[in-house]
Design a protein around this ligand. Structure first.
Ligand SMILES: CC(C)(COP(=O)(O)OP(=O)(O)OC[C@H]1O[C@@H](n2cnc3c(N)ncnc32)[C@H](O)[C@@H]1OP(=O)(O)O)[C@@H](O)C(=O)NCCC(=O)NCCS
Length: 160
């Protein structure tokens, strides 16, 4: 299924009543062991330093993304960690991931953030390409980051 002809999607901040839907999307988008338990998504929703945005089409959530704002006391730097970004498989390739990401990047820039970091599995070539296209570069390879066996790329983007 694709976005219905002539329809579009919109982005809005997540609210508490989205919890079950976000947990269901996460379980579809990530394998067991990597997907967040529902309690973890509840924690993300309750955490005031984390912004979550959802993409909706005709009132149905089809993807979401989360970013943590971080203040470094040294040099008083502000930056962000992209916690997750995920779009239901049938709606991928329609710029929804890019729109979710851009909303979070704009939010971080408005807050005064100067860079965003993230981790992505070395097996996840689609997400790796997605991040490269958004301007991310690899800064490190972290051994056994996922499930104590799969390495992760640590990636970074400096915000202009
Ligand atoms: C990564 C993800 C969020 C991208 O969402 P999306 O809505 O499909 O992304 P977009 O349509 O905005 O695509 C933007 C770019 O991503 C890359 N991309 C997207 N799908 C791709 C694919 N199947 N193969 C290769 N590159 C792809 C391309 O560079 C694409 O740009 P292009 O269309 O100009 O070629 C989505 O694939 C997803 O939910 N994956 C599963 C969850 C996940 O792995 N999240 C990242 C965790 S670290």
């Amino acid at each position: 299924m694709k976005l219905p002809e002539g329809s579009s999607f919109s982005i809005r901040p997540a609210v508490m009543r989205d919890l079950d839907t976000l947990a269901a999307i996460d379980a579809v988008c990530f394998p067991t062991g990597i997907a967040y338990p529902r309690e973890e998504i509840l924690f993300l929703l309750l955490n005031p330093t984390i912004m979550i945005v959802v993409a909706e089409c005709a009132g149905i959530i089809i993807g979401f993304a989360a970013l943590e704002r971080r203040r470094r006391t040294r040099k008083n730097a502000r930056n962000g960690e992209l916690v997750t970004i995920e779009v239901l498989p049938e709606f991928r390739g329609e710029t929804i991931g890019t729109a979710l990401y851009q909303t979070l990047e704009d939010h971080l820039r408005d807050w005064g953030g100067s860079s965003i970091h993230l981790h992505v599995s070395v097996d996840n070539t689609v997400a790796f390409s997605f991040y490269q296209r958004l301007g991310y570069r690899v800064v490190n390879r972290i051994p056994q980051y996922y499930l104590r066996k799969i390495d992760a790329w640590q990636m970074e983007k400096n915000l202009p």
